[in-house]
Write a protein that binds this ligand. Structure first.
Ligand code: SF4
Length: 411
């Protein structure tokens, strides 16, 4: 079944379809809507890291344009309200970029605008991404007072040599300083670390993880460094540990985090009890999210279709278009054929898998549509299911992209 709305390149972007277009009858029937999260993108950083392919841009003094950007975010949210009318927000994630570059007053204004326009659940998780290089006790206390209740801190490594190789602007001492401040104001924070770094040995990695665990965060996110297209590292690749060393690091991470009291609940995410990231869990369980800000992505369910949107990516274009009250560069209705793959792509990342009923609930497509693929994955030892749940086996988690690819054949 072809998509009803084609992706349109930003340069040729026409006004985004209005909500009446999405409420028309269609071939899907969704009995209810999934939980809805809000993502806010802040697109600037002190400096662009050589491995980073995120929508982040080096800030040049006045280029940050904070007040103008905050005004645009509010207008973006107002324009999006008809698409999510009456729905409650279960989590907010302010990501980037480096949103901890926002002034205390700027962050307070942003959260006040969000609260004024949207009903937040009483226990709404509100996460802010922070870099140790921009950490200031006063500002982070103020962020907490404004309503941020979870931090995600980009530590990456505690080793100065590795931080330098990664082009990070902070050092080991600043990382510890950031963690001290996080403990003072927050009872829920995440540390992001990377492994398989240039020149890193298994022992170096063990030191990093042991240091992270000793810092007692409630959550750890551990990502293998990969060389992404259109980055400085893709053009001038550093020497990375070989495959066997990276695999040994991976094995050690599983063991070391478990011994430290962290449960792996997603392919790269580890948490202490009840401290899983609710925002990311909603993504992985094929929940809905509205994304505002430069380049932000949205996925929104309507009774007869699921729609994805992307905002104008470049911060300057986003601000220019915002002056015309235009924010959406691309709109795309997810086809019935693509829905099973999109669901499984996310769900199979979770170590506990997903309830079997959620497939029909979240996609509007009966589970027997993918019976052949499920059986194939089971036969290959990559997946298991019973009457209540579908989940990847440990072999399936290790070869996740092979497992996910099985569901690409649906159609
Ligand atoms: S701080 Fe984070 S978002 Fe910014 S350039 Fe570095 S990796 Fe990318």
């Amino acid at each position: 079944m072809p998509a009803v709305f084609d992706i349109k390149p930003a340069a040729a972007a026409a006004p985004a379809p209005d909500v009446a277009t999405f409420l028309r009858p269609g071939t899907l029937t969704l009995h209810g809507q999934p939980p809805l999260s809000l993502y806010v993108h802040y697109p600037w950083c002190v400096r662009k890291c050589p491995y980073c392919d995120f929508n982040s841009h080096q800030v040049n003094g006045s280029d940050a344009r904070e007040p103008e950007y905050l005004t645009a975010l509010r207008a973006d949210l107002e324009a999006a309200l008809p698409f999510i009318w009456g729905r409650r927000i279960v989590s907010v994630f302010i990501g980037g970029g480096t949103p901890s570059l926002l002034s205390a007053a700027g962050l307070d204004r942003l959260l006040s605008d969000i609260r004024a326009l949207l009903p937040l659940a009483p226990d709404c998780e509100i996460t802010l991404e922070a870099n140790p290089g921009t950490f200031e006790a006063e500002r982070f206390g103020s962020y907490r007072a404004s309503g941020v209740n979870r931090l995600s801190i980009g530590i990456q490594s505690f080793d100065n040599e590795k931080l330098h190789a990664l082009g990070r602007v902070h050092d080991r001492a600043q990382a510890f300083g950031a963690i001290d401040i996080a403990h003072r104001y927050y009872d829920n924070f995440n540390l992001d670390l990377m492994y398989a770094l240039p020149g890193q040995s298994v022992a170096d990695l063990q030191n990093d993880i042991a240091t992270a665990i000793a810092a007692a965060p409630q959550h750890l996110s551990l990502y293998q460094l990969t060389l992404e297209a259109n980055t400085v590292f893709a053009k001038y690749p550093p020497t990375l540990p070989d495959e066997d060393t990276a695999a040994a690091m991976h094995d050690w991470i599983e063991q070391g985090t478990a011994e430290g009291g962290y449960r792996r609940y997603e392919i790269s995410a580890y948490s202490t009890p009840q401290r899983e990231c609710r925002h990311n869990l909603n993504y992985w369980m094929f929940g809905d999210y509205l994304g505002i800000g430069a380049g932000a992505h949205s996925k929104i369910s309507f009774p007869h279709r699921i729609v994805r949107q992307v905002r104008f990516r470049n911060p300057s274009s986003y601000l220019e278009q915002a002056a015309r009250n235009q924010f959406v560069a691309e709109t795309h209705e997810v086809s019935r054929t693509d829905l099973p793959f999109e669901f499984m792509l996310n769900a199979l990342r979770l170590t506990d898998g997903v309830p079997i009923n959620s497939f029909l609930e979240r996609t509007g497509v009966p589970l027997n549509t993918i019976e052949a693929e499920l059986a194939d994955a089971e036969r290959r030892g990559l997946l298991q299911r019973d009457h209540t749940v579908i989940y990847a086996t440990s072999l399936g988690l290790r070869f996740l992209s092979d497992l996910q690819a099985i569901f690409l054949r649906t159609g």
